[in-house]
Design a protein around this ligand. Structure first.
Ligand code: G1P
Length: 300
């Protein structure tokens, strides 16, 4: 008998962007952290572009109160477009138009801060019965091949949940979902166990989940039975840990550099490194940085 292997395609992505951004208060009191600019582009636009450059057009963003600016950013801006047209500023006009045509964006509000797992669960009826990508809305990953495309390629081979991971310093692992796993192929690990934010001395590994996942729709039934943690939050890591009892889960050591925009140092390094990579800014910005280090305005 000939067995047909059904290859499931990833056609939808979920971007959780409902977090309160408490590490960046007071700016996040009214401004969503996902809208913080990396020079002149909001963080979440980098994430949406990563999805689009990976071949996915259907995206749902999980928002919350005080996150209206995200929807406005990706909406059409009639006045601005008319004004730019009147002034014949074609380049800016095209770049503004491009934003509202980037993808098919959908929105759902997470009404209470009940954790990443709960935020993903809010996308259940949009996703239905197919595998999908998850990208944290405040993590930018700079890479040649878009990070989520790298995970999708691994998913197409393994047909199981894939977690985007990298090694972190031992003293940093307490900030992340920690993955205990065995290497099965180049850069690919089979997951044996998962721990959400272990205390550094309890951590069994230095491999951390870094804001990118491809999961099967079974995750929703595991989220339904996942109990809230001590902070009252339903963790995606805990649902994946339950899933491990019946399903294979893999981790992929993606190629790229991740910037956590919800963290002050992560945000600063994203801006500095992005500016240094931009043709229109890098020469002047380098000169300026050098003047701080060696020049009259040297920092002490
Ligand atoms: C979340 C996840 C955690 C992951 C981290 C970075 O935590 O719960 O497993 O390692 O994102 O992607 P958060 O930073 O939202 O507290």
């Amino acid at each position: 008998m000939c067995r047909m292997l059904i290859r499931l395609k990833i056609k939808k992505a979920v971007i959780p962007a409902a977090g309160l951004g408490t590490r960046l208060l007071p700016v996040t009191k009214v401004l969503p952290k996902e809208m913080l600019p990396i020079v002149d582009k909001p963080t979440i636009q980098f994430v949406v572009e990563e999805v689009v450059n990976s071949g996915i057009k259907d995206i749902i963003i999980i928002t919350g109160r005080n996150k209206r600016a995200i929807e406005d950013h990706f909406d059409k801006s009639y006045e601005l477009e008319a004004e730019l047209e009147r002034k014949n500023n074609i380049n800016l006009l095209e770049s503004v138009k491009k934003i509202s045509n980037l993808a098919k964006l959908h929105y759902v509000r997470q009404k209470e801060s009940l954790g990443l797992g709960h935020a993903v669960y809010c996308a259940k009826s949009f996703i239905g019965n197919e595998p999908f990508a998850i990208l944290s809305g405040d993590d930018i990953i700079k890479s040649g091949v878009p990070c989520i495309k790298q995970l999708i390629d691994v998913f197409e081979e393994y047909n199981s949940c894939i977690l985007g991971v990298q090694k972190v310093l031992d003293e940093e692992i307490h900030k992340y979902g920690c993955v205990e796993c065995d290497l099965v192929s180049e850069k690919i690990y089979k997951v044996k166990n998962l721990f959400e934010k272990p205390k550094s001395n309890d951590a069994l590994s230095d491999i951390a989940i870094l804001g990118r996942y491809v999961v099967t729709s079974e995750i929703f039934s595991y989220l339904e039975i996942t109990k809230p943690d001590s902070n009252g939050e339903i963790q995606l890591t805990d649902a994946l840990k339950k899933m491990l009892e019946k399903h294979d889960v893999y981790a992929y050591n993606f190629v790229g550099k991740r910037y956590d925009i919800g963290d002050k140092m992560g945000y600063l390094s994203a801006i500095v490194e992005h500016a240094l990579s931009r043709e229109d800014l890098k020469d002047d910005f380098k000169k300026y940085l050098n003047s701080l280090t060696y020049g009259a305005h040297a920092l002490h």
